[in-house]
Design a protein around this ligand. Structure first.
Ligand SMILES: [Mg+2]
Length: 372
């Protein structure tokens, strides 16, 4: 079996409501969907959602890397040989994890289809029957956030993730206070500052003020380059700390472990380069006693399900945030993702397919090789 063609589709997925975090806001999410075609008629789907703030990759730049470098490197290769493919990519480019993930995910989909097994079986088999998603509350005014939180809980969500990281200590306290009053004491609240609190001392002030609302954990309170600062915050507060933007690859993770900078890490396929690099991070984290969240860049059902298969397989994963398909008005993808609980399907590969309305979301198509 060998790869004969790869098609890349630059898409835009409209969000139901604008998604706002400390460093950006989106009305529609640009994404690159890849279709890898083999000589025996199989096809694998992959996806890359570049976040310039986090990995330095843009949609146009990622498309250029895929078309000019990574796509051609895959032609003629056996898609079951993931490591040789990753080596071939590394010989051509560095520092473009989202571009690599776009194709690495498609290869996993193809391997599952070639062997007739769902992707979670490639990563250890199923350790949990059901996966749970929390509702993500966009950064906004206290009342607006509280309403979104209350609606989500009324709709069946059993936990919330709050986007903070803007304004004064009082502003942040007003947001979380309004949400806690709206949903009551029993709903777990995860807080993500998205680097917005800047310095360690500013972060400590805010976390101490927020402790009375009993957040489950605080994600990425300080700038992404400041791993020592993350360790300082962790040493000075009682709430568990999660590293997100500070963690890309295994080298970052080893620094985080050495400095005791986090209790948990947020692994995203777009930061580390796909499913098998994510597995490497999970193994290292587990060995160091850190727990893992599988996050996402607000991805369609394709990359979201790639994350979900790993979460289904790995007991180190205590939290899953592949909720992109629930935030989009449409993503043109058929996937089993539902809120708040869902199961990975037993369909071979990722268990996703392009829906009839997918072409309406494609802005540009480019390809290498023969698509047949
Ligand atoms: Mg985060």
């Amino acid at each position: 079996m060998k790869v004969v063609g790869v098609e890349f589709m630059l898409c835009e997925f409209p969000l139901k409501t604008p998604f706002r975090i400390a460093y950006a806001q989106w009305d529609r999410m640009p994404s690159i969907v890849a279709r890898v075609v083999t000589d025996n008629g199989l096809e694998g789907l992959g996806e890359g959602v570049p976040d310039p703030e986090v990995t330095g990759e843009t949609p146009e730049g990622t498309l250029a890397v895929l078309l000019g470098e990574l796509g051609p490197a895959l032609l003629g290769a056996d898609p079951r040989d993931i490591e040789p493919a990753l080596q071939a990519f590394r010989r051509r480019v560095r520092g473009v994890p989202t571009a690599v993930a776009t194709l690495e995910i498609a290869l996993n989909d193809l391997i599952g289809k070639a062997y007739g097994i769902p992707a979670y079986r490639l990563y250890g088999g199923k350790t949990t029957e059901q996966l749970e998603l929390y509702h993500v509350v966009s950064l906004g005014a206290p009342q607006e956030m509280a309403e979104s939180a209350a609606d989500a809980v009324a709709g069946g969500y059993r936990g919330l993730k709050l986007k903070l990281g803007q304004g004064s200590v009082a502003d942040e306290v007003a947001r979380v206070g309004a949400i806690r009053s709206a949903v009551g004491p029993a709903i777990p609240l995860k807080i993500d500052a998205n680097q917005g609190w800047g310095t360690p001392s500013e972060a400590v002030r805010r976390i101490r003020a927020l402790e009375r609302f009993e957040p489950v954990w605080i994600e990425q309170p300080v700038s992404q380059w400041d791993i020592a600062g993350l360790a300082e915050v962790r040493a000075r507060v009682g709430v568990p700390i999660m590293a997100d933007e500070a963690l890309h690859d295994a080298h970052d993770l080893m620094s985080i472990i050495r400095l005791r900078a986090a209790d948990l890490i947020n692994v995203k396929l777009m930061k580390c380069g796909g499913m098998s690099p994510a597995l490497q991070l999970i193994h290292i984290a587990g060995s160091a006693g850190l727990q893992v969240q599988i996050g996402s860049m607000v991805e369609s059902g394709i990359a979201s399900m790639a994350g979900a298969h790993i979460a289904a397989a790995r007991p180190e994963v205590v939290s899953l945030e592949t909720s992109g398909p629930l935030l989009f008005a449409k993503d043109g993808v058929d996937s089993p993702i539902r809120a708040p609980l869902f199961r990975v399907s037993e369909t071979p590969g990722l268990g996703v397919g392009l829906a009839a309305d997918f072409p309406s979301l494609v802005r540009r198509r480019v390809s290498v090789g023969e698509l047949a």
